[in-house]
Design a protein around this ligand. Structure first.
Ligand code: ADP
Length: 499
């Protein structure tokens, strides 16, 4: 009986392969980092070939570590860094330019022009997105403008576009499948999230030939066979059965299947997503409307927001301020004092996101006294992650009018119990931290396993969803309000400091 699923988690800094069993437990895991190419300030690129090589290597390594054989795997699921853009030659398979990574700003001018031309509203309505170089469309246009002859070749159907999922499937199937899924497509800025199709008008606005686009398939179905793996065992036809963008994958992996279910991933930044089910909710305060997934012909939507600086504020304490050696040490410092003693750190290192949208704000510290200790400074920095997430959640509540009953948490910094307890206190909300911290890979694995009936349905999955720890608020509403008021004052004061 084939009772294992292989999830490929192709992230921004590393590629991972994780094998899950029917109980949703990790059987084996392999991870490899790859190069980040920064040709100019603000540009971030990667080699698509190197990404592929790391993926292939981690598949082999995870398989080896598990002691399983390829024939024990019933399906492959893929989750990936979103928006990152690859164009390649259909005949030779060679990328015509590096992968332009989501954070890369090189297409800023193209976006500025679109804003000038008054396309913001139209694009928001069709795609749920805000005009920004993050999304793929302006990156594609940038490549056409900078690689001579590429646009003409694209028009002749000789160039293919893909986000990383598409490129990996193409590689895994030896160029047989050129496909993506709605969660990735909805981050390209070319996909109409209401009509569920590539949008002719948007293609015209960006001047992108339709010929380069992949076919969009649902998030959970048998797409085709990973024939590349015949190199490992030529008797095995392992089907690829799910594709899903990383944040939507973790929403699925956290079993946020119902309306109002929310998850927050505490990594370098925070990504908060709320399932709004069949209704796309549009934000006036900068949250993104996106497709969560499409299963059995039905599209579900999510509302998404992000905190720019979260775990990276802890890295700053560690590397910039040299306050401790390991990120996890910050919790010990926080436990040595009783709160931040009125200190607020606003880590606006790169401006402030939702709901402030202030690019020019920079970090600040308030409330210092002669009695302020390093411990208070560290505590205040940890708490800033929770305050920013609360700001985000308040906007979600306001714009959806949906009741939130709990928050699923994951990501590196969610291991910090002080942060999680404070988060629960300040949101007055139940936090649920799952046992399996690899929720992104797990989401892709679930969708892959569902397609081949390794798991019968979502109910069977929910039963496997085991909890590591639940955090309940222990703060009085008076204290909560006072503290949050203090944060708001600190943010306002931060924004006053402009030079
Ligand atoms: P990413 O996927 O964005 O690289 P991870 O989910 O791997 O991020 O989390 C890493 C981030 O979490 C780092 O910024 C690190 O500083 C932070 N982090 C890790 N452990 C802790 C901890 N115990 N307390 C607070 N922050 C932590």
């Amino acid at each position: 009986m084939k009772n294992y699923v292989l999830a490929i988690d192709q992230g921004t800094t590393s590629s991972r392969a994780i094998i899950f069993n029917k109980q949703s437990e990790i059987v084996a895991k392999a991870q490899m980092e790859f190069s980040q190419i920064c040709p100019h300030s603000g540009w971030v690129e990667q080699s698509p070939e190197e990404i592929w090589e790391t993926v292939y290597e981690v598949i082999k390594e995870a398989l080896f570590k598990s002691g399983l054989q390829l024939k024990d795997i019933c399906a492959i699921g893929i989750t990936n860094q979103r928006e990152t853009t690859v164009l390649w030659d259909k005949l030779t398979g060679k990328p015509i330019y590096n992968a332009i990574v989501w954070q890369s700003r090189q297409s800023q001018d193209i976006c500025d022009q679109l804003i000038k031309d008054d396309y913001e509203e139209l694009i928001h309505k069709k795609t749920g997105l805000i005009i920004n170089p993050y999304f793929s469309a302006s990156k594609i246009k940038w490549i056409f403008e900078h690689v001579p002859g590429s646009y003409e070749k694209a028009k002749k159907g000789e160039i293919l576009f893909g986000t990383i999922d598409t490129f990996l499937v193409w590689k895994l199937t030896d160029g047989k499948l050129h496909i993506t899924d709605p969660s990735n497509a909805s981050r390209t800025m070319l996909y109409n999230i209401i009509d569920n199709c590539w949008d002719e008008e948007l293609l015209k606005i960006f001047d992108i030939p339709k010929e380069i686009l992949p076919e969009v398939h649902s998030n959970s179905e048998i797409y085709g066979v990973a024939s590349k793996l015949w190199e490992i065992d030529d008797n095995c036809d392992i089907p690829i059965t799910s594709i899903i963008g990383d944040q939507q994958a973790s929403l699925f992996g956290q079993c946020c299947f119902d309306i109002g279910n929310v998850k927050n991933t505490y990594g370098t930044g925070c990504f908060m997503l709320m399932n709004t089910k069949y209704k796309p909710v549009y934000s006036k305060k900068g949250l993104l409307t996106t497709i969560a997934w499409n299963i059995d012909g039905r599209t579900e939507y999510a509302l998404e927001g992000s905190v720019f600086v979260a775990g990276s504020a802890i890295q700053w304490l560690r590397d910039g301020m040299r306050m401790f050696k390991n990120s996890r040490d910050c919790e010990d410092y926080a436990n040595r004092v009783n709160g931040s003693d009125g200190v607020y750190v606003v880590p606006a290192f790169v401006g402030l996101g939702t709901p402030y949208w202030d690019n020019d704000a920079r970090g600040a510290v308030f409330g210092l006294t002669r009695g302020t200790k390093k411990e208070h400074f560290i505590t205040a920095t940890i708490e800033s992650i929770a305050y920013q997430s609360k700001d985000l959640m308040e906007v979600m509540k306001e714009e959806t009018q949906i009741e939130i009953s709990s928050l699923g948490v994951d990501g590196g910094a969610s291991a910090n119990n002080y942060l999680m307890q404070f988060q629960s206190n300040i949101m007055d909300l139940k936090l649920v931290r799952p046992k399996c911290m690899e929720t992104t890979a797990l989401g892709a694995a679930y969708l892959a396993g569902l397609a081949v009936k390794m798991w019968k349905d979502k109910n069977e999955i929910i039963k496997n969803n085991s909890v590591d720890k639940i955090f309940l608020s222990k703060m009085s509403s008076k204290e909560r309000n006072e503290k949050y008021q203090g944060w708001k004052i600190a943010v306002n004061a931060t924004r006053q400091f402009k030079r």
